[in-house]
Design a protein around this ligand. Structure first.
Ligand code: 4AD
Ligand code: MG
Length: 463
């Protein structure tokens, strides 16, 4: 069987005049007793293929089950379209109905459902224009990410999802166990006896592949990961998911400046790729949700990101005279409102903040001479806030060990990580890009739940 997508039919002028076959789902049917028009969509493009049915050849009875949501195979001649807005249409000789969709119960009847409603029917929302567009852009961005790193000679490293260490040290992990929760084995002290658990110790879903990524980078030179990560924080915000995808490059011999250069080049590459390859979808999303979308994407690609230290950033916030919901001074973790003020109101450009206080950053970051700050970098974006977090890593064994002890991180879990600093340690750096935050930015959507097919958030694990 030939599998020509509707995208190919619409984009290949050479096919005009030939007999073709199209398959897809009916978006609408309208017309009169002489001619009926079906808008057919197969997900390959935002555009529908118009199917023209000459009613001297079909009966009303035959057409009756061809309702919104039903699925069809149509054969006929591809001809140039008379109607405006479409290049060609198919003049049907015959059609086969694969499946009906009862108009009484199929929920996607009309256009204009709210995004909140569509989240409740996430199993069907990929069939809408909006989610088709978002998911195609998401797929293109995933490809761009691999393309970028592969072209640069990075290796794709797969890090484990089940882990016994807490990379970010935030303690927000989902436990993984096969113990019977109704009948837990206990040790002499009355605590859960994990020696009887599947891995013979407590384990959880990973919050980041970075620690293993560093093992890869200190062997292969330049690696990247791209996989799901899990955070059990109870953050109900438009920018947090409990399960999200992260890209984590890690590079031997890179300092913080090399790291920033790579991060900036990387996000610009991904956005440019989407602009070059997904314009139909991006234009649709712009028209529906975000009038300045293309302009904003181009602006980010065309401008240098502003680079300054956390300390300088805090000073600007303090002197802004703006009343923030969360007060800000040196030492506080920046909230999204602070990040967005710097980006959207002060600089009006993406910003990279560096040298954060060590207390608000993870144990592995390279300590600065001042004893107070670490060589961290966060990339902040308009509408998003933090899109990337990264750092140069502490490569000095003694300093790293001292920090681990200071924070009370259990040493026995960290021996393998410390070995990278014992044997042939090198300066190295890396960062993590939240994939959904990038998709959010490129699609102009405002809620992160609308850029992943089946979102997981506190209290929600349907579909
Ligand atoms: O800043 P984070 O926590 O950094 C790390 O995990 C490091 N290990 C990365 C590294 O240096 N290799 O997370 C990195 C990025 C954030 O900037 C954000 O874009 C995204 O991951 N992120 C989330 N995205 C969606 N939902 C959440 N709950 C997220 N938490 C972080
Ligand atoms: Mg961060």
């Amino acid at each position: 069987m030939q599998h020509t997508t509707i995208k190919t039919l619409l984009d290949t002028p050479a096919l005009i005049g030939s007999e073709v076959e199209a398959r897809g789902w009916v978006r609408t049917r309208r017309g009169n007793k002489h001619v009926q028009f079906v808008q057919l969509n197969d997900g390959s493009t935002i555009k529908n293929l118009q199917v023209v049915l000459d009613m001297s050849r079909f009966s009303d009875e035959e057409l009756k089950p061809v309702t919104t949501g039903s699925s069809l195979r149509v054969t006929g001649r591809l001809v140039e379209s008379q109607g405006k807005g479409q290049t060609c249409e198919i003049q049907a000789d015959a059609f086969e109905l694969y499946g009906t969709a009862d108009p009484e119960s199929y929920p996607l009847q009309k256009k204009g459902h709210t995004l909140e409603f569509l989240r409740e029917i996430a199993h069907l929302r990929p069939r809408t224009n909006t989610f088709g567009a978002v998911l195609r852009v998401r797929s293109a961005l995933a490809f761009a990410i691999h393309k970028f790193f592969q072209e640069k000679g990075f290796f794709y490293l797969n890090t484990p999802l089940i882990t016994a260490s807490d990379c970010e040290g935030a303690g927000a992990m989902f436990q993984v166990t096969t113990l019977d929760l109704n009948n837990l084995p206990k040790d002499e002290e009355g605590k859960v006896d994990y020696s009887q658990d599947f891995f013979a110790k407590p384990t959880a879903l990973t919050v980041s592949g970075q620690l293993e990524g560093e093992l890869g980078a200190t062997a292969l030179g330049q690696i990247y990961t791209f996989g799901p990560t899990f955070r059990a924080e109870n953050s109900n915000t438009p920018r947090h998911l409990s399960e999200f995808w992260m890209i984590e490059p890690e590079m031997a011999f890179y300092d913080i400046t090399d790291n920033m250069d790579l991060a900036e080049e990387f996000v610009k590459y991904c956005i440019t790729y989407a602009l070059d390859n997904c314009m139909d979808d991006i234009r649709f999303l712009e028209q529906m949700y975000d009038k300045d979308l293309v302009e904003r994407l181009r602006f980010v690609v065309d401008n240098d990101f502003v680079r300054l230290t956390y300390g300088e950033g805090v000073k600007i916030l303090e002197e802004s005279g703006k009343k923030f919901e969360f007060p800000v001074h040196w030492g506080t973790d920046l909230q999204s409102e602070h990040e967005r003020y710097l980006v959207e109101e002060h600089f009006k450009k993406p910003v990279i903040l560096t040298d954060y206080p060590k207390e608000i950053k993870a144990f592995y970051m390279k300590q600065n001479e001042d004893g107070k700050t670490v060589r961290a970098m966060d990339v902040l974006f308009p509408h998003i806030g933090e899109i990337i977090g990264g750092s140069e890593r502490e490569e000095n064994y003694d300093k790293l060990l001292a920090r681990i002890e200071e924070l009370g991180i259990p040493m026995k879990d960290m021996w393998w990580y410390l070995d990278t600093r014992r044997f042939g340690t090198v300066p190295h750096s890396g960062f993590g890009l939240g994939f959904e935050r990038l998709v959010l930015f490129v699609t102009g959507m405002t809620n992160i739940r609308d850029v992943i097919p089946f979102p997981r958030t506190p209290g929600k694990a349907e579909f």
